[in-house]
Design a protein around this ligand. Structure first.
Ligand code: ADP
Ligand code: MG
Length: 336
């Protein structure tokens, strides 16, 4: 088929920066993405006041990981990603992709990532095969190096290669966007809310493919507001809220917070301060005068806690325990 964009029309993106396979491991950066004090203020416009969408983000995303950016709507996830993609100008701070600063080496930085945008904007007049060729042209991928059918095959769209995009379902469009993001074989793939509006079956397919890509060496960054999704896919999770990173830790560590329980104790007499015997636990007095102790049952038994309370001379009138879950952790970290 005809190329829609000649080489003169190619975006200012270096395809040579894009391949994982042709670099020797020792030259590879430790971090696929680094952000230092990254800030974004959207200027006031059309009656809307100025908005500080990112308030100085510090993040390091390890090469080879599946990294989740988790946060409620409006947290700043897309802004962060769009700055990396070169679609939004940062206000201050730095970001680098694969070791290339996005302002000092924008060509190489952009060549090192593929971005699957949040919006399902697929040009209805191109077939998937044409859309892939167009994208390859934009990225200056030489004809001999193009892998249109191979990639379409991988995302399960081979049989739709010549179908009109307007006939594709939402899930197929999503997969086409993934395929387009991969034309220049970027070492880092960023997916912005990739499963919003995608049914469960397709979601699984998409995740299997993402896992497969990761196994073969691609670093994956995804944003989502589905906690479960982040839990099952990501090695590490950063929770963002109101333009700030409120926590960033390995998923397992985050999950261990979920295993926490809370015990609430009401004394025969009002409890006014946390007994010394509980100092090494996260204990506090609630507004209604109960003693609250957060604990991880794999580390300390409830009976031990009660014994410590007893030692402090507190006579227990009533006692209840509560489970915490990721929802709790998330709410706690993102509440004002
Ligand atoms: P998320 O992807 O986490 O939902 P966004 O990055 O899209 O968050 O938005 C972060 C904040 O910046 C929101 O308050 C949003 O309204 C605002 N915002 C996003 N894009 C623009 C824009 N182009 N102009 C002005 N404000 C914007
Ligand atoms: Mg978003």
């Amino acid at each position: 088929m005809a190329s829609y964009v000649d080489q003169e029309g190619a975006l200012d993106i270096a395809p040579e920066a894009a391949s994982v396979s042709d670099a020797s491991t020792q030259d590879l950066p430790e971090y696929a993405i680094e952000a230092h004090q990254l800030r974004k203020v959207y200027k006031a416009s059309g009656g809307q006041p100025a908005k500080e969408a990112l308030k100085g983000i510090d993040l390091k995303i390890k090469r080879g990981s599946v990294f989740g950016l988790l946060g409620p709507n409006g947290a700043g996830k897309s802004t962060f990603i769009n700055i990396l993609a070169g679609l939004v100008n940062k206000t201050s701070g730095n970001a680098s992709i694969w070791g290339f600063d996005t302002t000092v080496n924008p060509r190489q930085a952009r060549g090192a990532i593929g971005v699957v945008p949040q919006e399902l904007n697929v040009d209805p007049f191109f077939t998937p095969a044409e859309a892939m060729e167009l994208q390859a042209g934009l990225y200056g991928v030489r004809k001999a190096d193009r892998r249109t059918m191979e990639i379409l095959e991988a995302v399960g769209l081979a049989d739709k290669a010549d179908a009109y995009a307007r006939t594709l379902s939402g899930g197929m469009r999503r997969r086409l966007l993934v395929a387009k993001a991969l034309v220049h074989t970027p070492p880092v793939l960023i997916l912005d809310e990739p499963t919003a509006g995608v049914d469960i079956e397709l979601r699984r397919q998409l995740w299997d493919y993402v896992k497969e890509l990761n196994k073969r060496g691609t670093t994956i960054v995804l944003t989502t507001h589905y906690l479960e999704e982040a839990q099952s896919l990501c090695d590490e999770i950063a929770i963002v809220n109101h333009g700030e990173v409120v926590c960033c830790e390995p998923t397992e560590q985050l999950l261990s917070r979920i295993h926490e329980k809370r015990v609430l104790v009401r004394g025969e007499n009002p409890i006014t301060q946390v007994p010394e015997s509980l100092n090494m636990l996260r204990a506090e007095i609630t507004d209604d005068g109960q003693l609250s102790v957060m604990f991880n049952p794999t580390e300390i038994k409830l009976a031990d806690i009660l014994a410590r309370i007893n030692v402090a001379g507190i006579v227990v009138a009533d006692l209840s325990t509560q489970e915490a879950d990721l929802e709790d952790v998330f709410l706690k970290l993102t509440s004002d």
